[in-house]
Design a protein around this ligand. Sequence first.
Ligand code: SAM
Length: 284
Amino acid sequence: MTGRKQSTRAPHKLALYRRAVQHPEAEASFLYRTYRHYNRNTPPLLLREDFAGTAAVASAWVGMDDEHQAMAVDSHGPTTRWAQREINKQLGDRANDLHIVQADVLDVTGPRVDLSCALNFSTFIYHDRAGLKQYFKSARRGLRPDGLLVIDAYGGPGAMQTGIQSRTVSPETELDPGHEPCPRLPGFLYEWEQRHFDPITHHTECRIHFDLDSGKRIDSAFIYRWRLWTLPELVELMLEAGFKTAQAWCDTYDPKAETSDGVYRPIKKMPARADWIAYIIGVK
Ligand SMILES: C[S@@+](CC[C@H](N)C(=O)[O-])C[C@H]1O[C@@H](n2cnc3c(N)ncnc32)[C@H](O)[C@@H]1O
């Protein structure tokens, strides 16, 4: 028999999250590319992933190059323990090159790194300027000279609406020792719900739900109570926190075809769009 039997246990919600939401290899390549954009002559080696969750980006970073090392920080114990088990499986004897730390990001002061990232809108957990500025200052202190902080943000009128968007996620397969594809994760439906948005405070509540092919539903698997920060606010706060430059990067959208080229680059102007995702990159 070549195919391994699929587990009858429901997949872990973090495995579903990683499959539905994250593109770790693409993120790791993007981080490398942005670093080289600002520092042409030196390759980055050490990455810190803040609010790391699955630590998937840090893992992809280590997997990208034998010399790469990473630290992944998350305050939630069950999440860091799940991430550690996955990292051991994924990275094998390279797992020692990824250090997972269970802590508040503000409490981790070293070692200094070439690149820090806080992705999937993690900086939106801060609801006031003082809190977010404190995080930016602390992230900046944790960088080596010319190091970068990379965060992302979403926005546009669509981000200020309530509603649910869903999409089908195909099964994930891996090759078994006989090189036969065998199922790792079954297919499922991913739902992103914007449940509340308050135009006065920009406080928003978003939830992730999963509907599994087995008929099981994981309702409110993740709940986020965020502040929807705007790009000028994020750029201004990074500069106030001491970054030499803070620049938005975005893809190019074709309004006629309603498609984007998916290539993120530094931009000075962005045409109005119903929904967008951007990176903001602070250089120490
Ligand atoms: C939106 S998830 C992002 C996960 C991951 N970065 C990604 O790209 O998908 C936010 C994560 O931040 C963690 N978190 C929230 N507040 C934190 C804090 N103050 N310090 C460290 N981790 C925190 C949560 O446990 C959660 O895993």
